[in-house]
Ligand binder design. Structure first.
Ligand code: PGA
Length: 252
């Protein structure tokens, strides 16, 4: 089955509204009409409205970087799905290792978030990935099994393919130390096999991104791997030129 590649830029805690608008103004002529790669930008809450407005009519989708699983309530500082849906975001990236590590996002919370995002009609990007010590200790598969199985546990089989999974080895995030093509392929294939335990059909359709030090220079090789269906990009997605270079790599 051929899967449309999906390249998403994760801005993390970067870009004011003015900087976000400058980025979109630069990106639109480079990638705004690309129709053979799905393109997303994962934007800080404060810039979502501006980016939704400035990308309207283009092929660039807007994602939030977190959401609370509850419909509403006494959760100071949190953002609900209704609030995001009102802004017309396309989806939400959840479970990023930085959120797991620094903000205590747990597999139990993700188990609630992923189906809640789908129920709101939005697309979840569920991140997973092992640390350096876990890879060294041969725990990669066990770690990914827990993260993926838990995160998808309350998603109906027929909805699994609506989720995108981003496999991001923690040791490759922001380090310049990219996974080898063999590691990226083997691990993304393993993640797909976990989905296949639920539904073979979903496993063939679901997109699995690789993330961790993806750059214009390595994107084409990584994205040509059979089980790598796109990329979640941090640092190299902050400049329109290099983000567009990665999108080009996905088309190669
Ligand atoms: P990086 O980040 O591309 O800067 O390594 C990837 C990510 O955290 O999604």
């Amino acid at each position: 089955m051929s899967r449309t590649p999906f390249v998403a830029g994760n801005w993390k805690m970067h870009k004011t509204v003015a900087e976000a608008e400058e980025f979109i103004t630069a990106l639109l002529p480079l990638a705004g009409a690309v129709d053979d790669v799905q393109i997303g930008v994962c934007v800080p809450f404060t810039a979502i409205q501006a980016v939704v407005d400035s990308t309207r009519g283009s092929s660039i989708e807007v994602y939030a970087q977190n959401v609370h699983e509850a419909e509403k309530g006494a959760y100071t500082g949190e953002i609900s799905l209704a609030m995001l849906d009102e802004l017309e975001v396309h989806g939400v990236v959840v479970g990023h290792s930085e959120r797991r590590q620094y903000f205590n996002e747990t597999d139990a919370a993700l188990r609630a978030k992923v189906p809640a995002i789908l129920a709101a009609g939005l697309t979840p990007i569920l991140c997973c990935g092992e640390s350096d010590a876990q890879r060294e200790g041969n725990e990669t598969e066990a770690v990914l099994r827990t993260q993926v199985v838990e995160g998808l546990a309350d998603v109906a089989d027929e909805d699994l393919a609506k989720v995108t999974i981003a496999y991001e080895p923690i040791w490759a995030i922001g380090t310049g130390k990219v996974a080898t093509p063999e590691q990226a392929q083997e691990t993304c294939k393993y993640v797909r096999s976990l989905v296949a335990e639920r539904s073979q059909e979903a496993a063939e359709a679901i997109r699995i991104q690789y993330g961790g030090s993806v750059k214009p220079g390595n994107a084409a090789e990584l994205l040509s791997l059979p089980d790598v269906d796109g990329a979640l990009v941090g640092g190299a997605a902050l400049e329109a030129d290099s983000f567009a270079g990665i999108i080009e790599g996905a088309r190669a």
